[in-house]
Structure formats: structure tokens, C-alpha cells
Design a binder for this molecule. Structure first.
Ligand code: SF4
Length: 354
């Protein structure tokens, strides 16, 4: 009987996806693709990758770009710390080597935002070094084929899976093997409805034989999701609006957004219009006109569910200042990187400025 690595490599040669970052050995491009694909599906990441590489074709160009440009290129992908880390790592590389990408596992692993998985992927894909990748796809395939029920989010589980992955690795073709097992997990041994009936590994798959396919892999902790309520105030004042740069250790740090009132429960429109934060922003004696624009927009992040309402607040032309906010002419809004939630609000609301 053929071995595990032979079966998946053969499957990959016949069925693997042709993707631009697989056609190159350039570690920079592979790094960019791996960071984009960390929390993003291939279909969505594909266009982002092409745009990013076009704008920042090498380490030096990325290092010399501004953080705002980098975030702008990333807009809509989510998990913006990935973009900030990429940018910082590019600057570190330029500072250390003048722009030459590191060529050892330890140095690649030391880059900001690069973990064990990404370092293994870069080193195997770019340099054919014998490091096995262990991502969600690999955990799933190995758990099912070898019938392993150790939780994948436990220290014991991680060690067990990494050891097995390295044991199975085809050290003569690490790039091919790693790409094969990842694609196999993404296309055949999928989380829901895996294609067991048409699977070349079914003859050796423990979970298939025992009927445990849907029970594996095991996770011990379910992700807790926090619910948040955002009330965004889209201000219209004489052809301008106001934006704010998010700070602190929270989602969307350094991205821009509309003035925001966050509350611990859903507020009615009247409660928002009477909220003290509004008075602090616009001062006494100003009488805004409010309109509710969008209500109950649900935005799901990995650990949070945000329910957002959007309001229009029209101010007299004389109001040119809201302390702490940036006054932005309508035609320049697109210059500011914003979250997908705010970007989709701009797309949905066909607003004109008076
Ligand atoms: S038989 Fe099913 S569970 Fe087993 S490896 Fe194939 S697709 Fe995955």
C-alpha cells in the first residue's frame, strides 16, 4: 500500500490549486501570501495578494511605505495587526540586512507576526527546508486519518500533532508535501461534509472506518464571543465629516472610523440623540438634525459580535470642530483606511454632502 505522503502528493499533482504564490520561490512573496491567508480564505485573499504585491513588490518598498498606506491596502481583510506586523517586520529586515530576507528558520521565526506555522511554510516553500507545517487543515487531516482525539488546542495535543507531522514529512520534497496536505484539507477533508466517498486516503483513514469523521479534530475550549453595541454618528457639516483614529488595545487599532458611542446594550434612537457624548462633541447651543440610517448591522469577528447602528447628524455649516476628531472633506474620505464594517456602511449609504 502506498504511504501517506505518496498518496497526498499524487493527489496534489493531479488536483492541487495553481496559485500565484506557489509559482514563486521568492520568500518575500511567500511571506505576504502566508500572512494574508492566516485568517482569510484563498478566494478572498487572492485579490488582496495581487494588489499588495503590486503596491509593495519587495521588502524595501514595504518598509518605506507609511503605516496608513499599508493599512489601506489591507482594508477589508480584517485582523489588522497582521498588516502592522508585516510593516514592522519589513522595517526590521531593512535595518538588519538592508532588505535581504532572512534565510534560516530561526531568523524567519523571529520576525514580528511570524509563528511556528508561518516560519515552517516560508522555509519549506521558499528554501525547501524540512519543516512540516501544522495549520488547521493539517490538524484536521491528521486527527481523522490517524484517529487522534487529543484536543488540538492543548499543549499535549500540539506537541503530538507537530511530532506526527514531522514524522510524516517527505524530507526530500517538503514544499510539495506541505502544499499537498494543506490543499487536501482545504478541498477534500473539509471541516463540514468531507468527501470521504471520493478520498484516496479512505483505505487508511481511522475516522472513516470508525464513523468518527464529524467528531475529529477535538477542541477543548469553545471560543467565547463578547457582544458589543456600536452607535456610529456620521456627521455632515458643510461638505465635511469627522473621523477618528482608533487607539488602544482594541479591534481596528490605527484604522479610522466615524464618531462612535459604544454602549453595553442596544440603545433606541432617542437615547442616542440624547447621549451626553454628543453634547461633549458639539458643545451647547448647537441643534443637530438626526436621521437613523442603518440599524442592527451584525458584524462578526473571531471573539466578538458587534451590533452597529448608524445615524446621520447634520450640523450647521458654522461647526468646523469636534474636539479630538479629524475634519475631513467628503472627497477625501476614501484616503483613510477603515474597518470593513465602516467601509460597507459607506458603500450602502448613498450619502451626498450638503
Ligand atoms: S476518508 Fe474522509 S475523513 Fe478520512 S481523510 Fe478522507 S476525507 Fe478525510
Amino acid at each position: 500500500m502506498a504511504l501517506f505522503d505518496e498518496i497526498i502528493e499524487q493527489w496534489f499533482c493531479e488536483n492541487g490549486r495553481s496559485l500565484p504564490w506557489r509559482e514563486t520561490k521568492d520568500p518575500y512573496r511567500i511571506w505576504i501570501s502566508e500572512i494574508i491567508l492566516q485568517q482569510t480564505r484563498v478566494n478572498q485573499g487572492y485579490q488582496y495578494y495581487l494588489r499588495f504585491i503590486e503596491r509593495f513588490p519587495d521588502v524595501k518598498t514595504l518598509a518605506s511605505g507609511s503605516e496608513e498606506e499599508v493599512l489601506h491596502c489591507w482594508q477589508g481583510l480584517g485582523y489588522y495587526s497582521r498588516a502592522r506586523n508585516l510593516h514592522q517586520a519589513a522595517r526590521d529586515i531593512v535595518e538588519m540586512t538592508g532588505g535581504v530576507f532572512p534565510d534560516s528558520y530561526e531568523k524567519v521565526r523571529a520576525l514580528k507576526g511570524v509563528g511556528d506555522y508561518t516560519a515552517a511554510a516560508i522555509c519549506s516553500f521558499a528554501y525547501d527546508m524540512p519543516w512540516a507545517v501544522v495549520d488547521g487543515n493539517v490538524y484536521r487531516v491528521l486527527a481523522r486519518v490517524f484517529g487522534i482525539s487529543t484536543p488540538i488546542d492543548s499543549t499535549k495535543g500540539r506537541k503530538e500533532f507537530v511530532a506526527l507531522a514531522n514524522e510524516l514529512l517527505d524530507v526530500h520534497h517538503p514544499a510539495l508535501y506541505n502544499q499537498a496536505i494543506m490543499d487536501f484539507g482545504a478541498l477534500v477533508c473539509t471541516p463540514q461534509s468531507p468527501r470521504c466517498g471520493n478520498c484516496p486516503l479512505s483505505g487508511m483513514c481511522v475516522a472513516f472506518e470508525t464513523g468518527d469523521v464529524n467528531k475529529l479534530p477535538v477542541k477543548q475550549h469553545k471560543t467565547k464571543q463578547v457582544v458589543r453595541y456600536f452607535n456610529y454618528i456620521y456627521v455632515r457639516a458643510n461638505g465635511h465629516t469627522f473621523l477618528n483614529k482608533r487607539r488602544g488595545n482594541d479591534v481596528w487599532r490605527n484604522l479610522y472610523e466615524l464618531p462612535l458611542i459604544e454602549t453595553d446594550r442596544e440603545l433606541s434612537a432617542e437615547e442616542v440623540y440624547a447621549h451626553p457624548a454628543l453634547r461633549e462633541w458639539i458643545g451647547e447651543g448647537v441643534s443637530p438634525v438626526f436621521t437613523q440610517l442603518l440599524r442592527g448591522v451584525k458584524h462578526v469577528l473571531s471573539h466578538q459580535i458587534i451590533y452597529a447602528n448608524f445615524y446621520l447628524m447634520e450640523l450647521p455649516a458654522s461647526v468646523r470642530l469636534m474636539p479630538g476628531f479629524l475634519l475631513v472633506p467628503h472627497e477625501r474620505i476614501q484616503d483613510y483606511p477603515v474597518s470593513r464594517l465602516v467601509a460597507s456602511f459607506f458603500e450602502k449609504s448613498d450619502l451626498t454632502f450638503g
